[in-house]
Design a protein around this ligand. Structure first.
Ligand code: HEC
Length: 146
């Protein structure tokens, strides 16, 4: 189980997807959904000091009152959530037969998941809202390629 690979990305060379990847950086999504992390030392060679692309910083962020469940959990206050990893997210429907996102599944699709971002993520969400339709679609195509 530990060495099962994540799914390979799809449609990477598609121009719309590539444009969406640039928007992902420009809007500030990548500040929390970090494209690259490095694993630490491991006695399993395949896991030892590897570059991985999980699209998370693995950190807690205050996501504002609308996403808060007001139930502190460990180190997290009632409005903090760990950045959800985005690798494999484009295969959610294929694998899980649904497209519900966020910690309680309230978002019916990827676009709704972005629009619920608030608190520390409000500036990035506002920049997404201000994008013209075709660039929004590009960003969603990029997410579907992960
Ligand atoms: C301040 C940090 C931060 C920024 C900036 C941010 N996110 Fe997130 N994102 C999160 C956190 C934390 C969650 C988990 C929230 C939850 O589960 O309620 C999340 C969840 C998501 C999800 C749902 C994942 C899932 O599996 O349910 C998507 C999609 C997503 N973010 C995309 C984006 C995009 C696109 C942007 C840029 C417009 C962005 N995020 C900017 C922190 C951030």
């Amino acid at each position: 189980m530990r060495t099962l690979a994540v799914p390979a990305r799809r449609d990477v060379s598609d121009p719309t997807t590539a444009q969406g990847g640039r928007s992902f950086q420009e809007l500030g999504c990548a500040a929390c959904h970090l494209p690259e992390l490095r694993t630490g030392p491991s006695d399993v060679p395949a896991l030892n000091n590897q570059a991985i692309r999980p699209y998370t910083d693995l950190l807690l962020h205050d996501m504002g009152p609308a996403l808060a469940d007001r139930r502190p959990d460990g180190l997290a206050t009632g409005s903090e959530w760990r950045t959800a990893p985005l690798w494999g997210i484009g295969l959610t429907e294929t694998v899980n037969d649904h497209t519900r996102f966020l910690h309680d599944g309230r978002a019916r699709n990827l676009e709704e998941a972005i629009l619920w971002h608030d608190g520390e993520a409000a500036p990035a969400m506002e920049r997404f809202r201000a994008l013209p339709r075709d660039k929004r679609e590009g960003l969603l195509a990029f997410l579907r390629s992960l």
